[in-house]
Write a protein that binds this ligand. Structure first.
Ligand SMILES: C[C@@H](O)[C@H](NC(=O)OP(=O)(O)OC[C@H]1O[C@@H](n2cnc3c(N)ncnc32)[C@H](O)[C@@H]1O)C(=O)O
Ligand SMILES: Nc1ncnc2c1ncn2[C@@H]1O[C@H](COP(=O)(O)OP(=O)(O)OP(=O)(O)O)[C@@H](O)[C@H]1O
Ligand SMILES: [Fe+2]
Length: 568
């Protein structure tokens, strides 16, 4: 099959021809470069209408030369996300071409295309994908017929964040390559580092970077520090996603993926944990119609075409809204191939009797009902950032584990704290992780998730957030008669051992803000929705547990967070 792809979400007017027999992708692009400042939506739309006809002509001439007349079988275009006026221009061009060539039209989600091109070029079966583009930043995994958003930016996209800093220092758009060049001569300085579970935010680090520059720090140093912090955050969340799902393949997508330092960090992280990493070549990372044509061919082959009258564009098109028609539905990130350590990590009850390597730490069983948790040095991080993070998270975890227990939330006892070696000796609790139980979808899982809701509400009431309440950070003990206990009350029976514990408080902090509390719930719900069987009833149980103790304003805020168009 041969597909003509059209890309026009924002800055890049592009057309491509993909031949699925030979796997050849020919791309013609004409970028919009603003004279000053960032991307102006009106100028970008004007560029799109001026430039698109000629790149389409060039792509069609190529197709005719290579494959002969009438060689195109379908036209694929980006339906969103992106700037409305640009999308509409590209959509109109695609519709009229499909009409004049008398071929079907395929509406492609641009972010899924960034992901699928990596999967296609790598040959990986079931990777986690990190999309690091201008207007977006998220980690995705395939589960239950959709690409689930496992984590994402809570404010701007990663490239836009970097571009805002370079505008502040007076550099022209795009800023990413300039920051990369300047960073080569820079030295480390400390900036904020914000990871919440698998979500992250850039606003704090960007205003701190501007402040450091305004205070006279050398711009090379600020650029160096920006890259070290921002890319370490992305690498950390990618590793967390691998750890949560047990996947052992990672692909990178998006324009910021052209950055050597980001690729180096991701490569190092994957090597350290025995996973495979792939980044497509730069022409497929930045916006391009090649990725639209390649995904368009897969969709067309699956019959996933769109009638012209239903082909309107969607500036807020999220990747998890796309029904994935071109992959077998029974594939899931949960079922992905396993490395030796994830095999051990995912084998159910026996897991507790073995040592374990998490995203951050190695947990060793010591006998005597104790475990030793050591935060390993991560070679991808700058040594200074690495040391600070490991030490501060160790101290914080010890303190918050104790405070949480005083607030009535079951946590392991802290037997010993060795900050210099980033090591804690803790009570061994529970029999397995909630994540392993959820994969089997039993009634008892609902009891446990309801209890997690109550635990988080108690924690929040005490002014603490967990910061990373994924299903790997809940330890459970089996409940013999789950049906008799569906209200989850047995944890409270006097003298009984708890059946649900919270662990891993290294990302926790003190706060009374409803927004921060709601983020905790969001992290838990993303983890459940992204990996569990029958997530709906689990989420209901979780929220009713939370409401039985906590503030309904937090649940209201959670709905707002979920509904937010977060990309700016
Ligand atoms: C919706 C769509 O229009 C949007 N497109 C987009 O963001 O363009 P993309 O090509 O994926 O990424 C552009 C960004 O990529 C950054 N960039 C390019 N080269 C870079 C480099 N060497 N280092 C860091 N950032 C780089 C630029 O500064 C710019 O912010 C998206 O994919 O989110
Ligand atoms: N006190 C404990 N009792 C029993 N098992 C534990 C305990 N602490 C940790 N574990 C086991 O070790 C695993 C990793 O621990 P933890 O989550 O604290 O480390 P981590 O590296 O921060 O993990 P991640 O970042 O993947 O959540 C847990 O999922 C759990 O299976
Ligand atoms: Fe893009």
């Amino acid at each position: 099959m041969r597909v003509l792809g059209i890309e026009g979400t924002a800055w890049c007017a592009s057309a491509a021809v993909y031949d699925s027999e030979t796997d050849d992708v020919h791309i013609e692009s004409d970028p919009y470069l603003p004279d000053s400042g960032g991307i102006h939506p009106r100028e970008a739309a004007e560029h799109m209408s001026d430039a698109l006809p000629s790149v389409v002509d060039a792509a069609l001439s190529y197709a005719e030369r290579e494959y002969g007349r009438a060689s195109i079988d379908a036209v694929a275009f980006s339906r969103g996300p992106g700037l409305g006026p640009c999308l509409r221009t590209a959509g109109t061009a695609a519709r009229s071409l499909a009409g004049s060539l008398s071929v079907p039209l395929v509406g492609v989600n641009h972010m899924v295309a960034h992901l699928e091109i990596g999967r296609h070029r790598s040959g990986f079966e079931n990777p986690i994908c990190l999309n690091a583009s201008g207007a977006n930043a998220h980690v995705l995994g395939y589960h239950d017929d959709r690409y689930r958003v496992l984590g994402e930016t809570m404010d701007t996209g990663v490239g836009n964040a970097i571009d805002k800093f370079t505008r502040h220092v007076g550099w022209s758009h795009p800023g990413g390559p300039k920051v990369e060049a300047a960073a080569a001569d820079g030295e480390f300085l400390e900036l904020p580092y914000v990871v919440k579970g698998m979500d992250f935010s850039f606003s704090g680090i960007m205003s701190a970077a501007k402040d450091r520059y305004d205070e006279g720090a050398p711009v090379e140093d600020v650029c160096f520090a920006l890259q070290e912090h921002v890319f370490a955050m992305l690498t950390e969340v990618a590793e967390r996603a691998l750890s949560l799902t047990g996947a052992d393949e990672l692909v990178l997508g998006g324009g910021v993926g052209q950055n050597d330092r980001l690729r180096e960090m991701l490569e190092a992280m994957c090597t350290q944990r025995g996973a495979s990493f792939f980044a497509p070549e730069p022409r497929f990372l930045r916006d391009n119609a090649g990725m639209i044509a390649v995904l368009g061919a897969k969709m067309a082959a699956a019959g996933d075409v769109v009638p012209i009258r239903e082909s309107s564009v969607d500036p807020n098109f999220r990747p998890d809204e796309v029904p994935v028609t071109w992959r077998p539905g029974d594939e899931s990130i949960r079922e992905g191939p396993r490395t030796e350590h994830t095999e051990r990590a995912r084998d159910g009850v026996e897991r507790t009797d073995r040592d374990h390597t998490g995203a951050e730490a190695t947990v060793e069983l010591l006998g005597d009902n104790r475990v030793r948790k050591r935060r390993r040095s991560r070679t991808y991080r700058h040594p200074e950032l690495d040391g600070t993070l490991r030490r501060s998270r160790t101290t914080l975890e010890a303190r918050l584990l104790n405070e949480a227990r005083r607030a009535g939330v079951p946590t392991p006892l802290v037997h010993d704290v060795d900050v210099a070696n980033a090591t804690l000796t803790l009570q061994h609790v529970g029999e397995r992780d909630l994540a392993d139980a959820l994969a089997h979808g039993t009634d008892a899982s609902r009891v446990h998730t309801r209890t997690v809701g109550r635990h988080l509400a108690r924690l929040h009431d005490a002014g603490i957030v967990h910061g990373d309440p994924t299903t790997r950070n809940v330890r459970i003990r089996s409940i013999e008669e789950p049906d008799a206990n569906v209200d989850g009350t047995i944890a409270d029976a006097p003298g009984s051992r708890p059946h649900t514990y919270l662990i891993d408080f290294g990302l926790g902090y003190h706060t009374g803000h409803v927004e921060d509390h709601a983020m905790d719930l969001h992290v838990l719900e993303q983890a459940v929705a992204g990996t569990a069987m029958d997530p709906e009833s689990l989420l209901d149980a979780f929220e009713s547990g939370y409401l039985s103790v906590g503030d309904s304003a937090v649940i209201d805020r959670l709905r707002t967070i979920e509904g937010r168009g977060r990309y700016r």
